[in-house]
Structure formats: C-alpha cells, structure tokens
Ligand binder design. Structure first.
Ligand code: SF4
Length: 340
C-alpha cells in the first residue's frame, strides 16, 4: 500500500510526554457454557493487556481474528465494560465511571467501525449523521451546519453529498462519513476497528492516507486495529501484536518490523508481501501449523507453543512474561527465547 510519508504530530512530540491513554492489566472474561457441574467457566477474551498511547501518536494493534483486539478496542472507549484492569484517560480512571459522568468525556474519544454501512443509520442523511454528536453536545443549529460543512470538506466529500443517504455512497465514501462523524467533537483519541479491511486495496490506501493527514492537522491519536501488519505499517508509530487475548510483542514500528523478537510476529511478517520482487522471491515464509486455539481452552505455558517453530519443553509449562528484549531497548516480547 502506498501512502503519503510526512512528519506526524507524534514524531514532533517528546517521548516523555504524559500518556493520553493508559491501559493496565486490562481483561475481559465472558461467561462460558455451563459445565457438567452447572458452573460457568469464564472465557478470557482479553488477559492482562497493558499499554500507553501518547497524544497524537498511532498505536497499531494487530493479530488474527479472535485474538481479542476488537474487544480491547471496545473497552478503551467503554462500549464494553472490562472485567479486570484499568483504563485511564488523561490520568483519570474511566474504567468504572458511570455513563452519566462519562458523557462529558465521550466527546474526547470516539470509534470508527469496520463496516461503514452497518454503523451509519440508513434513514438519516449525511448532514444528520455527522450533526448528531454535535447536537448531543448542545451546539447551536447554525454552528452545527457550519461545522458539518467543514467536516465533509476535511474528509474529502463535497457539500452536495450532505443531503444524500448512506446507500448512495461507495464503501470508501461511507467510511469517510464515519470518519467525519468520529471527528465531529474534535476527539483526542479515535479507536479505529479494522477501518479499511472491508475496502478494496486501492481505497484502503486512500483512507489510511486520509487518517494520516487528519492526524497531522488535528493532532488526534489513533489506536488502529487490523489483522494485517501491512496495513498498520504506514500509519503506526508503535505496534502491539496480540495472540489469544494477550500482547506478545510491543515496540516502535521500525524495531518490530525490521527485527521481530517474537516468533509469532516473525511469522505474521513473513506473510507480508515485499515490494521488491527479488526480495519477495528470496525471503523465507513461515507457515504456522493449525488455527489459533480457542480462548475457552487455552494451551498451558506459552499459549503459542503448539504452533511455534521454536518451542522448547519449558514453553508448555511456563508462561513467558512481557519483558524488554534488550536492557537499552523499548521493545518488549513475551517469549522465553526471543529472536532479537
Ligand atoms: S515462549 Fe517458546 S513457544 Fe512461546 S513463542 Fe517463545 S519459543 Fe515459542
């Protein structure tokens, strides 16, 4: 995918800046089916997830389907209530804040969804869809109209689109409407859950390019969720890789892509096509055996061990903790035998 490459807001900020979002030991356990003793064993969809997002930066959250990344995203904006851990926004713990107290903060964090059509009300015009969050904030009608016109321009749509309905747009245009709605309240954080995976590849690049431009212009931070490491490469400053509800590697984009420490990250990256045909022919492709296990019945020790080409006996008995791969580095991996 080819997108614009320019300096982002996050690259001009200091690394030591206080986090915008802080997530600590976040967990989600769903009730499981009743067992023979009529006791429900919980299914851990997300387990002990910890990361920060700084103002104006993009954290790419990547993993196969069912790894818990979307559940994590929904907990960040309180569309789901976590069963464990803590989410702090600008230092304030919002994990168990009631919906009423949360309302003033809601404008500061928004979400973009995978299927733009499913997330837009088919009976509302674009004007009504984008205006809704502003109206909810009590913005005066004249100011709402002005703001909505500005927003459609910002996302590359035309004023004549305002009176049309979602079904009159292509997938890429519908996602632009979803982005305009998410940005209406000028949020500081947007959680984008697979925002381009339902779109054609050429349109994916346009939407990612649009999100990068909006980040530069508005300073908004993203948690960009995707199953494809190629998609998050261009937009992310840091990347977190999830497997079976846990983060197995997290670090700066360049470090993770150039030199993955966790065998799972390495396998995912080996499936990303390289632009240079010679390099593409020469590189080693790591094919993982089997499907990810069910979170209802996770493997012991390192949950990746049944599929890991580097597994040793200790891997099936001892769970590896997320730790720095080098004393001087910032990248962490959960592996007894990290590559780097
Ligand atoms: S701990 Fe063992 S099984 Fe798990 S990723 Fe590392 S080498 Fe593979």
């Amino acid at each position: 995918m080819t997108t614009e490459t320019t300096t982002t807001a996050a690259e001009t900020r200091t690394v030591g800046e206080a986090p915008l979002l802080s997530v600590q030991d976040l967990g989600m356990t769903f009730p499981g089916p009743r067992g023979v003793l009529s006791r429900r064993a919980g299914i851990k969809a997300v387990d002990g997830v910890t990361f920060d997002v700084r103002p104006g930066e993009t954290l790419g959250l990547v993993g196969e389907s069912g790894c818990g990344k979307s559940t994590t995203g929904r907990m960040l904006v309180r569309l789901l209530d976590p069963t464990a851990g803590r989410v702090s926004f600008r230092g304030a713990d919002i994990t168990r804040t009631g919906q009423r107290e949360l309302r003033p903060l809601r404008s500061k964090f928004q979400m973009i969804f995978q299927d733009p059509f499913a997330s837009l009300n088919p009976r509302q015009t674009v004007q009504q869809i984008i205006a809704a969050p502003l109206r909810a904030q009590g913005v005066a009608p004249d100011a709402v109209r002005r703001e909505v016109r500005d927003l459609v321009g910002l996302v590359g749509l035309a004023p004549e689109h305002l009176e049309r309905y979602p079904h009159q747009f292509s997938g890429g245009q519908a996602q632009r409407i979803g982005i305009a709605r998410a940005l209406a309240t000028r949020p500081e954080l947007v959680v984008a859950d697979e925002p381009v995976s339902a779109l054609d590849v050429s349109i994916q690049a346009q939407i990612v390019g649009l999100m990068e431009r909006l980040q530069r212009e508005l300073g908004v931070a993203y948690v960009f969720i995707a199953h494809d490491l190629a998609v998050v490469k261009h937009i992310s400053h840091r990347v977190a890789v999830m497997y079976l509800g846990r983060i197995v590697e997290i670090g700066g984009k360049d470090e993770v892509y150039a030199d993955p420490a966790h065998p799972y990250t390495k396998a995912l990256l080996s499936a990303v096509p390289l632009p240079d045909p010679a390099a593409e022919r020469a590189r080693e492709r790591i094919v993982l055996l089997g499907d990810p296990p069910s979170p209802a019945n996770p493997p012991s020790g390192c949950t990746f061990h049944p599929r890991c080409p580097k597994a040793q006996p200790v891997c099936s008995t001892e769970r590896p903790l997320l730790r720095l791969t080098a004393p001087s580095g910032t990248r962490q991996a959960a592996c007894h035998f990290p590559e780097a």
